[in-house]
Design a protein around this ligand. Sequence first.
Ligand code: SD4
Length: 369
Amino acid sequence: MTTRREVLIGTGAGLTTLGALSLGGARMAAAQPGGNGGMGGGAGSRMPLVDRIVPPGEGLGHKPLVVSTWRHGLPANDAAWKVLADGGRALDAVEAGVRVPEADPEVTSVGYGGRPDREGHVTLDACIMDEHGQAGAVAFLEGIMHPISVARKVMELTPHVMLVGEGARRFAVAQGFPEQDLLTDKARADWQEWLKTSDYRPWTPPTDPKSTSSARPRPSDNHDTISMLAIDGDGNLSGACTTSGLAYKMHGRVGDSPIIGAALFVDNEVGAACATGVGEEVMKTLGSFLIVELMRQGATPQEACEEGIARIRHRHRDGDLSQVQVGYLAIDRHGNVGAYDVQPWFQYAITDAEGDTRLVDANSWLKRK
Ligand code: SD4
């Protein structure tokens, strides 16, 4: 049987091109003289990728699936799964799922209880995308516990994709979202402690690197976005991403999390990808869009995630990656999953077709010492 990968790649020449692609932009350019290489077909013939798209839903096993980033994905997946198990839509599932950490004051990187910026403001970024390629986002939103639901309203009720700051807040209030102070006493105390040194580090390694997978603490206290991807019983895909962003960021800073194509991209005909980590790295390589496009061209979710990380490494010329924390998570439309990180601490939660939820250690470029 001819696989989709073979159909997409077509010839040995095409496979060579995929190999070149996986080694980054420079090799890709070399493999595409005149900038017209494309995938497959050899020199000079560009594959019309869009013509090869499989119609939505065709050939799917219709098995629901939820994946999400980090340990706080476990209860989030459970909430999402309830929607899917009732025959619900993936969009409703991802919204319900990520609302769990948004409301949890113990999760210090998402929603209520999230760490503030360096001026003491909790500013939230979120985006959501459905099976039709519709998208909504909010950025730099203050005082609203559930930015993901505001993002969905932006998608469904406005002619826009993104609202930011005061405009986003006013829109949320007009839609009936309650306003509240999201800075908890604990987050305020931690911020005041941080102010004593004002030492800004986008990422800090785990406090106890030797602890075991099941017992170890969260990998980082200053960020851990939740990004979630789901397939519902109709074979449709959706995704959501929500965060309070990097702890002690500059006031006004917005990361990748509300940027469609950076922290999240969903293409119902191909798959979906999402990100967690230092947003500046993800934005400069438009990671989630890249990963979905690589899957369109025949890469597996795992290969595509590894290429997404390779692009980031390439930007750093594989130099000092100690402050570079980015993890990608991807699914294809058949429910295959991939994940990869620069650092060795990334975990994701998966709920499979049987409804079993577990935490998985992702592979990484750097290894644990
Ligand atoms: C940001 N990407 O604001 C977010 C933070 C994050 O895991 O994902 N942390 O850059």
